[in-house]
Ligand binder design. Structure first.
Ligand code: ADP
Ligand code: NA
Length: 333
């Protein structure tokens, strides 16, 4: 039986979106605030470099993401907040898992297929092996719960397969089988321009997403211009069936207001988007403006951010190093 522990990570590969906030950061802070369970949060820079990153931008994005975590309510004292490359056990366990995971398992990962596209011969080997490193990120802490957005479900399931195969191959009950925690109204925030696509920092259209660094006018404009159908909001939740854009705005409202989509429909059902969108814009600005202000404030003192991350790395290493050592003994190294 493993002591419950939460682990999750985000890549420092450019700006944070409302999807990252609602699907990840906000929920990370909530897991921490519930208390009683250790929360470990990682800026996964080694995942970011699976595709080209300009070195100066990577350094800046790492600090900015740390600021984003803190501004979203992750307290670097009550949680462990650190940068992956500062804890070498991730890479070391990642290699062992490269030798446990099967090539065919990686070939089935839909995110690899999406990211590699037609050019799959010319992507980095790291992009292909990414899920084995992610398994190491989680299991080097013996984490039991992994809060993520829906897009990461398959990777957490692969982590369970790797843990099970390691335990089976070596005849041990060493690694736990971590659970993906995919809860709430906004586990898959969609693009504001296309209700069938995930909101993402890599979408070429900036109007498709809300960035945590957008100012109030930009947030309001993007919501006002969000694609919708001509019908008013339905009177019941079933009426959102087949209306992905309407459903997305209701889900975003619900997650920002800490309501269920049913409660949002009870309150706003029957409204035209001409009146629902301004309510949503006001809510989004009220929730996001303090985060972006706090991020800018924190970014004025990069040395302090580096100090926070160094402290987090030390605490992370204190958990990870003994688990790696024991893993190596099990393997015979
Ligand atoms: P991105 O997908 O934006 O490149 P990451 O892969 O680093 O960012 O994901 C960080 C976290 O944010 C993951 O838990 C992921 O599931 C979550 N996430 C990313 N985009 C969304 C979205 N549109 N809706 C909900 N969660 C999301
Ligand atoms: Na993602």
């Amino acid at each position: 039986v493993h002591t419950p522990r939460v682990f999750s990570g985000i890549q420092p590969s450019g700006g944070l979106t409302l999807g990252n906030y609602l699907g990840a950061l906000k929920r990370f802070a909530e897991a921490q605030d519930r208390g009683g369970i250790e929360t470990v949060y990682c800026i996964v820079d080694m995942h970011a470099i699976t595709v080209w990153q300009d070195p100066d931008k990577l350094t800046r994005a790492t600090r900015e993401l740390a600021a984003g975590f803190i501004a979203s309510g992750v307290d670097p004292v009550r949680s462990i907040l650190f940068n992956q490359s500062q804890v070498p056990a991730h890479a070391q366990l990642g290699w062992i898992f490269n030798c446990v995971a099967r090539l065919g398992w990686m070939q089935r990962m839909t995110q690899f297929k999406d990211k590699a596209g037609k050019n799959s011969e010319n992507v980095s080997l790291g992009l292909f092996a990414y899920p084995a490193l992610m398994a190491a990120d989680i299991l080097v802490y013996h984490a039991t719960h992994v809060p993520v957005g829906e897009d990461q479900k398959q990777h957490v399931e692969l982590t369970r397969d790797i843990a099970a195969k390691f335990n089976n191959d070596y005849g041990v009950e060493f690694f736990p089988s971590p659970e993906p925690v995919i809860e709430g109204a906004a586990t898959r925030v969609m693009s504001l321009r296309d209700g069938t696509k995930k909101m993402s920092k890599s979408d070429p259209s900036d109007m498709s997403r809300i960035n945590l660094t957008d100012d109030a006018d930009t947030v309001a404009k993007k919501i006002r211009k969000a694609k919708t159908d001509p019908e008013p909001l339905p009177e019941t939740i079933e009426g959102l069936e087949g209306r992905p854009e309407a459903r997305n705005l209701v889900n975003i409202y619900a997650a920002l207001a800490d309501l269920t989509p049913e409660q949002v429909i009870a309150e706003h059902g029957g409204q035209q988007f001409g009146s629902f969108k301004p309510s949503l814009a006001d809510l989004a600005v009220a929730r996001l403006a303090p985060i972006s202000t706090e991020m800018s404030r924190l970014m004025q003192d990069p040395a302090e951010i580096d100090r926070i991350l160094a402290d987090g790395a030390e605490r992370a290493n204190a958990i990870a190093a003994p688990i790696l050592k024991r893993t190596c003994e099990i393997v015979g190294m």
